[in-house]
Write a protein that binds this ligand. Sequence first.
Ligand code: NAP
Length: 319
Amino acid sequence: MTPKEQNHGLFDRACIIGIGLIGSSLARALKRDGLARELVAIDQSETACAEAIDLGIVTATSQDISAAAGCDLIIVATPVGVMPGVLQALADVAHDGAIIMDVGSVKGSVADAAAKLPPNLHVVPAHPIAGTENSGPASGFAELFENRWCILTPLARQDDAYLGAVEKVETLWRSIGSDVARMDAAHHDLALAVTSHLPHLIAYTLVGAADDVESVNEAEVVKYSAGGFRDFTRIAASDPVMWRDVFLHNKDAVLEVLGRFSEELAVMQRAIRWGDAQALEKAFTRSRGLRKAIIDAGQESAEPNFGRDSKPTRSDTDQ
Ligand code: NAP
């Protein structure tokens, strides 16, 4: 029996609350690998529910959170801002011993909400560092998580039932092809502020700034857009609701790294103003080294155009 086959039926009845990009990708991967015998999508959007059925990725759908009753795995894949409310609602619905796993891009606010739940519910926060700029059930794909990291930020609980739940969640992610790391929520939020949240903020700001330069019209920006700018537009096309919530819920860490970024930017501005060739070259050489380390670690392709097709088929933005 292969390790994958050993995990068949790891869960009995699973539900996914929020059947968008991440939720539907998980649904596809769970279905492909037979990790849950039954899979229900719960989404506030009637359209998303209908799409999930049409796509054949779940066995049933509901717009009512009470459909999570009787599930041994409850995945919360909504935007981060509504997660505390969803967790609170699950306290009245989820059965004894249920594992609740969120996939939010910010972990501190989930940990705070999870701490208020009764100990017979096992909340295991997870963040797959995989994604694209697209949203909705049709945009998902089962391979999204393969060879990408998933960070677990377990709660500060040491009872056997909870530790068993964390192990089971780790088995799920490994089974669908992810590498798994564990860290505390605060460290996760600072690390991701550097590697994901600040880059998104810069992309949104840069694309907005290009739009504001009145003497260069939109047609020219589109026509002459160079590779660097095109990449920023892809990141800046990410879901506005998701990213609104990320910045509202990871405020302190983002402000910390934004402060450092502003200082570095001022140094570059000064170097350009004073024609300091040495300072510019030194800074650019340092960042080349970091890119090489990311490629060497298999987290990016060295191919031109970042190894991407014109249509994204795998994790282009790691969120
Ligand atoms: P998405 O494609 O926009 O899907 C979210 C779905 O949740 C939508 O169908 C939305 O419905 C639904 N929803 C919102 N509030 C709900 C509620 N209270 N109850 C039930 N359903 C609700 O979002 P996504 O990109 O998959 O992101 C989901 C989560 O994964 C976020 O927390 C995000 O931080 C995290 N994440 C995202 C990425 C990424 O690259 N996108 C990567 C890693 C982690 P409406 O359309 O009606 O709002």
